[in-house]
Design a protein around this ligand. Sequence first.
Ligand code: KG4
Ligand code: ZN
Length: 339
Amino acid sequence: NKTIYILAIESSCDDTSAAVLSNDKTLSNVVATQKIHEEYGGVVPELASRAHQQNIVPVVHQALIKANIDKKQLSAIAFTRGPGLMGSLLVGTSFSKSLALGLQIPLIEVNHMQAHILAHFINDGTQDNQPEFPFLAMTISGGHTQIVLVKDYFDMQVLGQTLDDAVGEAFDKSAKILGLPYPGGPLLDKYAQLGNPKAFVFPKPKVADLNFSFSGLKTSILYFVQRETQNNPDFIQENLNDICASIQYTIVKILMDKVKKAVKLTGITQVAIGGGVSANSGIRSALKAAEKKEGWTTFIPKFEYCTDNAAMIGIVGYLKYKEGNFAQQDISAKARYTI
Ligand code: KG4
Ligand code: ZN
């Protein structure tokens, strides 16, 4: 059995990433994060695609060097087809198609959301406990908020998702209202750990089924801050930790209530999470607590595999390679692409 070497490319949002795998094992995973968006307070699609254009060749080069693999040894190229920003996806898609054509090797298309979930199967020698099918996965990031029933590698069903903002956006927009720089999620988390989560009460949305909504929360935080600063201009500075703790408490409660509902509906007690918001201390400790209180088994990937990365694209590429599931050269990127 000959070793399969896969080069994986991820460019769906604002991170340019390339990884090299030897069978299921990750040899390298290089990520170039785009700093340019910070000054705009959010990802600017046009700037993102230009930065991918600049980054992609050096990032791929680095990934090959770190893996100590020559491009002539590659067996296939896996790339993110969608969902994501069209201009960003086009860079990775066109690059991957050209390279596969030049090297005369197969092309493998990957759904970014499937990849976030299958990131639990990345093998870099350090991630040991993996979920078993079927399990529940909650993807929580700046672009996604979904609860997915994972029956098999490529048999997934979205049970619920956000009807408006993603949970990461809820963190970032709340942080912005408090005057914190973008992306404010990690900072809000930092202050939240120093405050009282019950200091202020924010309304939780009433959303049917397993769906989420975060836009109402953002508005209520805005009105709350406007009202309080009218009475006391220093309100935010004087109460920053408590405000952050209360916001985080509310968001984590919204997420946990829905996962609990999903567990109840499906009877499945293995719960996995992924996406940048998995770094949040509140959601992490709520999941840990549920292991004891509810008897769940929970799975949180290493942080570098929670945020956008090509290693997760690579593991999906490997699984598809084994099935002989290849893409044609006329394939195109898909901004909207369901699991
Ligand atoms: O997965 P990711 O890197 O990019 C995508 O959006 O796909 O996720 C980034 C999001 C941002 O909204 C960021 O504020 C949020 O994850 N985030 C956090 C924390 N760390 C990252 N939100 C809350 N608490 C954190 N510790
Ligand atoms: Zn993502």
